[in-house]
Design a protein around this ligand. Structure first.
Ligand code: GDP
Length: 482
């Protein structure tokens, strides 16, 4: 099959309370793709509507805690952005940020001036004011010879929404959004969670190719099999083609939002990652040491919260220092002394710091989109795993009892909670997150019988050699350096 037109993927951005959610709701209710979906609550963070017989995919990015991240991601994943500006408010700080993201993502933009039902007789005056504000922010409006249309709408009454949908289709046609359903799937994780019963769940927005039930996929370096697929309304489906959002079951781990699968993963700054890996290989580090500088405390917290995803199993990202303000010489000195990388978010690098970094071979990376920062870190973590700089935990057990053995030794009575622990593996004992010592298994007993391995769910007795001063409540982990 050759390339063919695929539905445009659209994200709606704008300042809080300017009507993004209302607009998404109105569109969903009035033109959702198939009749049977009418009235069904949307299940996942994206949906498709049909307008004039053509499909449009909307990514749902209403304001919530991870708003900034979602918005950055949305602008990147989407083929075009609709910027919602409330007529009574005009351009606000988040509107400006959204414009920045859209310009950086280089996606076509349509401006929807919302809440026109509120505007009285001075509607045109307010519209003109907003247009002027947009022009000041380097938005090239159509009426001034650029390519950005401005459409007045009311998400509440629906006025102008039809025209907006038509405009989306027109812009899509001009930019020729195309895909080839015959290709293996390439897409982006737009949501992920761990369901108590179903395990890891992710919403994948297929950008190209077709994702099918039973497919083997690799996301963030982890291979999984697609065991179940659902469309945006929760209906089971067997496949999803270009521009289709699908919910997927069967993943081995919960993927990071923004992670890519398929060929999109290759669109990477391989060079940067390579140099970073080289640098890390020089040390015997088993963690990625980072120094983070951000413009404000809020950004710092958002970045750290997002990076914590890498630390769920064990500590991979190690924060050496975090703070606000530009990257200075002292940050580079610290990075050089401990073998850390320096990550900047919305900050500048002082020229002296830049020079020092070059001399000391310290890697500095600056970002202004959290999503890209995470994507790079994810790539580094993945590569570190591939080149053997990280360990893999193979099994875990809780020490629930202790029994004296011989003159001075003691046996740990354990309950296996994860994976497998076997003789010959490297073993460590962990207390409150701290490694209190590494050892090997001298003896491993299930009831009274000596065994070579124990699996999750079983109780066993472990005798360590060399002995280790464990305590009840500690965790035994078996691991290997990958
Ligand atoms: P969001 O934060 O951008 O998602 O904004 P919401 O969609 O939650 O809208 C914020 C408020 O504006 C809500 O009270 C909406 O009912 C109201 N609103 C949204 N669109 C319109 C509109 O076109 N006209 C009027 N009058 N109110 C609107």
């Amino acid at each position: 099959m050759a390339e063919q037109t695929r539905p445009p993927i659209v994200t709606i951005l704008g300042h809080v309370d300017h009507g993004k959610t209302t607009l998404l709701d109105f569109i969903r209710k009035s033109s959702v793709a198939t009749k049977e979906h009418g009235g069904i609550t949307q299940h996942i963070g994206a949906y498709q509507v049909s307008h004039s017989g053509k499909l449009i995919t909307f990514i749902d990015t209403p304001g919530h805690a991870a708003f900034e991240k979602m918005r950055s991601r949305g602008a990147k994943v989407a083929d075009m952005a609709v910027l919602v500006v409330a007529i009574d408010d005009g351009i606000m700080p988040q509107t400006v940020e959204a414009i920045k993201h859209i310009q950086e993502a280089k996606v076509p933009l349509i401006v929807a001036v919302n809440k026109i039902d509120l505007a009285g007789t001075d509607k045109n005056v307010q519209l003109a004011k907003i247009k002027k504000q947009l022009s000041d922010k380097q938005v090239n409006l159509e009426e001034y010879g650029g390519d950005v249309p401005v459409l007045p709408i009311s998400a509440k009454t629906g006025e102008g929404v039809d025209k907006l949908l038509e405009m989306i289709l027109l812009v899509a046609e001009m930019h020729e959004t195309k895909g080839d359903p015959a290709l293996p799937s390439a897409g982006v994780i737009i949501e992920s969670s761990l369901d108590k019963f179903k395990g890891p769940i992710a919403t994948i927005l297929v950008r190209n190719g077709t994702l099918k039930k039973g497919d083997q996929i690799t996301v963030g370096g982890v291979n999984s099999k697609v065991r179940g697929m659902f469309d945006f309304s929760g209906k089971p489906v067997d496949s999803g083609g270009p521009s289709t959002p699908v919910e997927v079951l069967g993943l081995e781990t919960v993927p990071v939002v923004g992670a890519v699968l398929g060929e999109l993963a290759e669109v990477k700054e391989a060079e940067v990652v390579q140099s970073l890996v080289e640098r890390l290989k020089q040390g015997d580090t088993k963690t990625l040491k980072v120094i983070i500088k951000a413009d404000k405390q809020g950004s710092l917290e958002a970045i750290q919260t997002s990076l914590e995803k890498f630390n769920t199993e064990r500590k991979i990202v190690d924060y050496i220092f975090t703070g606000t303000g530009d990257i200075g010489e002292e940050n580079i000195k610290l990075a050089a002394s401990v073998g850390a990388i320096v990550i900047g978010f919305n900050v500048k690098v002082a020229p002296t710091a830049q020079k020092l970094a070059e001399n000391e071979h310290v890697l500095i990376r600056t970002y202004n989109i959290i999503y890209e920062l995470l994507e790079d870190v994810e790539e580094v973590v993945k590569t570190l795993v591939e080149v053997g700089q990280l360990e893999e935990v193979l099994g875990k057990a809780n020490i629930i009892a202790e029994f004296p053995h011989g003159k001075s030794e003691k046996i740990a009575g354990c309950r296996m909670t994860e994976g497998i622990i076997a003789k010959g593996q490297k073993i460590r004992v962990v207390r409150e997150g701290q490694n209190i010592g590494e050892t090997r298994l001298k003896s491993l007993k299930k009831v009274k019988e000596e065994v070579n391995k124990v699996e999750k769910g079983n109780d066993c007795g472990m005798l360590f050699d060399p002995p280790i001063d464990f305590a009840i409540g500690d965790t035994v982990e078996s691991f290997r350096v990958i």
